[in-house]
Ligand binder design. Structure first.
Ligand SMILES: *[C@@H]1O[C@H](CO)[C@@H](O)[C@H](O)[C@H]1NC(C)=O
Ligand SMILES: *[C@@H]1O[C@H](CO)[C@@H](O)[C@H](O)[C@H]1NC(C)=O
Ligand SMILES: *[C@@H]1O[C@H](CO)[C@@H](O)[C@H](O)[C@H]1NC(C)=O
Length: 629
């Protein structure tokens, strides 16, 4: 018989095992409940090690939490992270685009996810159309040359914030007027013009450009800014640009097409302008002043400024167009250099120890400072009577320790993970938590980089906002490029980021000493030392930099628990540096995703169009990017 228990002299009733389990269940429910109540539930996310930190911005505040402390409301559901957006990840980066990006320093306040960066809304790109006639028989060499020109055209307009689209007869055929046009008799050049307009109208109007019209000016030029807005109230052409660029809404394009097709002069006319009542009663166009920001490489311009090239095109079309493409590319490069007359700054905080870290950025700066190969070196684009031609531009290169807010300087920033930066700055093989907490300088990178604009003694939050503005501001994003130190510069972004084919090291001509090639990568020029940029590396220490950088990179890839823990600790200790690193990485990744998605879209329509067989098979169809320089 089981023993009878006695408490305070009374026998305790025997409890069956079923009752015991009920009792245990009740106790555990109570325990869990009290645990929930006592948890710091006001911190749903955010810096995982925020107990280390005294950052003003590190603890996300939830609205409404002040009146009713969370302890009284354990059942309040946690705030949901914002809904995922389309195509919002790339590799390890993910992002959330929202207009509040410049009012909140730490992304996780809104995204509730430390790995997800808060980026500005993606700027809408208005389409710009160009018609490419595929019905004309051409030899492969000419087609390739035209493809290369189309690529140059697309890249330049993409750089200026547009979405270039190549139209073909397929779009014209969708237009109800197509049948009627086929039955009419006219010159083939006028027919091509009308096909172009039918295709354009079918796309809903907007911008229609000849592929020899290129934007050659700074990004925030007033006309380009207006065109980027994507609202075009009336059908407009530009003085001095002939049929180079038209702008207009769909309905006015439709009326102009009808007007043209009813014209009595349709049999004799050679182009759409001469068949419309231009500068007469009933002119469908508004005429705008000659745009200073657009260059048109038509026969007239070539005859006036580049006679030899014009002759070459008449003699050997393919060779001439290849040469023209080089000329245009070189002019785009010159225009870019002229936009930044004070040169290129390659950021080098802690200059004694970051020579290796900034090497990819330094190489890129050297490539940009060269002159592109050109059939007419030291010439200016047709829209600029005066410019500083490349050969005499002598682009200045600097390696300042901080970012300068100056629109006449282009900045290439290398953004390190705080682990990488601390390793290099202190030349330490590995970091440990006690060292990080006691010895390391917190957020050293962003403090160094923003020292010029914000001075010392400012917290991480305001620094971050300034940094983000520099990286991703609506215009300032064209004044700088920020890359991840651990990965270097992805080669496929370079040409699209600058809007022209950037020569490789040693491929271009040295802009300072005209027409001497710059040394190749093996004899890479080192920056001339400016005392203002801080001390230079000690040769012995310089030798150790590559290994340290490699170690830090490996640390970033490591899945080992202890490595992850120390990385997390470094991130929590350097919240602003980590945020800056993630932000720059996500911003660049998003621009890459935007472009590759667009190319995939466009490639669908490009397949086989104007391509020789080799190109048609390739992934990108006709305007093959890689290796077409
Ligand atoms: C996102 O990607 C999908 C395919 O991966 C594509 O269909 C879609 O259009 C993309 N969205 C945007 C906004 O680019
Ligand atoms: C930019 O820097 C140049 C010299 O490097 C200077 O002459 C110019 O005044 C600066 N511009 C601004 C707006 O600070
Ligand atoms: C740069 O200066 C302009 C005004 O001179 C200011 O509006 C802007 O916020 C500054 N940008 C940065 C990143 O400091």
């Amino acid at each position: 018989m089981p023993k009878q228990h006695v408490i305070f002299g009374r026998p305790v009733p025997r409890i069956s095992s079923r009752r015991i389990s009920l009792l245990l269940a009740a106790i555990s429910i109570f325990a869990i409940f009290s645990l929930i109540i006592s948890l710091p539930s006001a911190i749903p996310t955010g810096p995982s090690l925020s107990k280390f930190t005294d950052h003003k911005f590190s603890i996300p505040k939830l609205k409404g939490s002040s009146k009713w402390p969370k302890v009284f409301n354990p059942f309040k559901p946690p705030a949901h992270p914002p809904a995922r957006q389309k195509n919002d990840t790339d590799g390890e980066s993910s992002w959330y685009s929202n207009w509040r990006w410049l009012s909140i320093p730490f992304s996780s306040t809104i995204t509730l996810d430390e790995g997800r960066s808060l980026l500005p809304d993606l700027q809408e790109r208005p389409p710009i159309y160009c018609y490419y006639d595929t019905t004309v028989q051409k030899d492969a060499a000419s087609k390739n040359a035209e493809s290369a020109l189309l690529l140059t055209w697309r890249r330049a307009w993409w750089y200026h914030g547009f979405r270039p689209v190549i139209l073909s007869a397929a779009e014209a055929m969708n237009n109800p007027l197509y049948e009627e046009l086929q039955r009419m008799e006219m010159e083939s050049s006028l027919k091509t013009d009308l096909m172009t307009w039918l295709a354009w109208e079918n796309m809903g109007g907007g911008l229609l450009s000849n592929y020899l019209v290129l934007p050659m000016s700074k990004y925030d030029d007033p006309l380009l800014t207006f065109l980027r807005r994507g609202e075009y109230p009336s059908l407009t052409r530009f003085r001095g640009l002939d049929n180079g660029l038209f702008v207009g809404p769909k309905n006015e394009i439709a009326s102009a097409i009808k007007l043209a097709m009813q014209s009595h002069e349709i049999k004799a006319a050679g182009d759409i302008i001469s068949v419309l009542p231009v500068e007469k009663e009933g002119d469908p166009f508004t005429i705008d002043n000659t745009p200073e920001s657009l260059a048109f490489y038509n026969a007239k311009a070539l005859e006036r400024r580049f006679t030899k090239l014009g002759d070459l095109i008449t003699k050997d079309r393919a060779a001439g167009l290849r040469s023209l493409n080089k000329l245009i590319n070189a002019h785009l490069h010159t225009t870019w250099q002229n936009t930044f007359p004070d040169g290129i700054a390659v950021l080098k905080p802690v200059p004694k120890h970051t020579t290796k870290m900034i090497e990819p950025a330094w190489d890129l700066a050297n490539r940009l400072a060269q002159c592109n190969d050109s059939p007419a070196p030291s010439t200016c684009p047709p829209n600029q009577e005066r410019c500083v031609p490349c050969v005499s531009a002598n682009v200045k290169l600097y390696t300042p320790a901080f970012y300068r807010n100056n629109t006449s300087i282009y900045t290439i920033g290398t953004v390190p993970h705080p682990y990488t930066f601390q390793t290099l700055a202190h030349m330490k093989e590995s970091l440990d938590v006690p060292w990080v907490r006691r010895k390391s300088e917190r957020d050293a990178w962003i403090i160094a980089v923003t020292r010029d604009i914000l001075g010392d003694g400012m917290a991480g939050g305001p620094r971050l906002l300034k940094f983000k503005e520099a990286v991703a501001g609506p215009v300032t994003h064209t004044h700088s490029l920020w890359v991840e130190a651990e990965r270097g510069i992805p080669e496929d972004i370079v040409d699209w980021h600058f809007g022209f084919a950037v020569p490789q090291l040693g491929e271009g001509l040295d802009s300072g000493r005209s027409e001497t090639p710059v040394p190749g990568p093996e004899r890479r020029p080192q920056p001339e030392h400016d005392k203002a940029d801080g001390p230079i590396a000690d040769p012995e220490e310089l030798k150790r930099e590559p290994a340290l950088l490699e170690k830090a990179r490996a640390m970033g890839r490591s899945k080992d628990k202890r490595d992850v823990a120390i990385r997390n600790a470094v991130e929590a200790w350097n919240l602003a540096d980590t945020e800056a690193w993630r932000f720059a990485r996500a911003f660049l990744a998003r621009s890459q995703v935007e472009r590759t998605k667009w190319e995939e879209e466009e490639a669908k329509y490009a397949e086989g169009v104007g391509s020789d067989k080799g190109h048609a098979k390739s992934k990108w169809g006709r305007w093959l990017d890689r290796g077409s320089k």
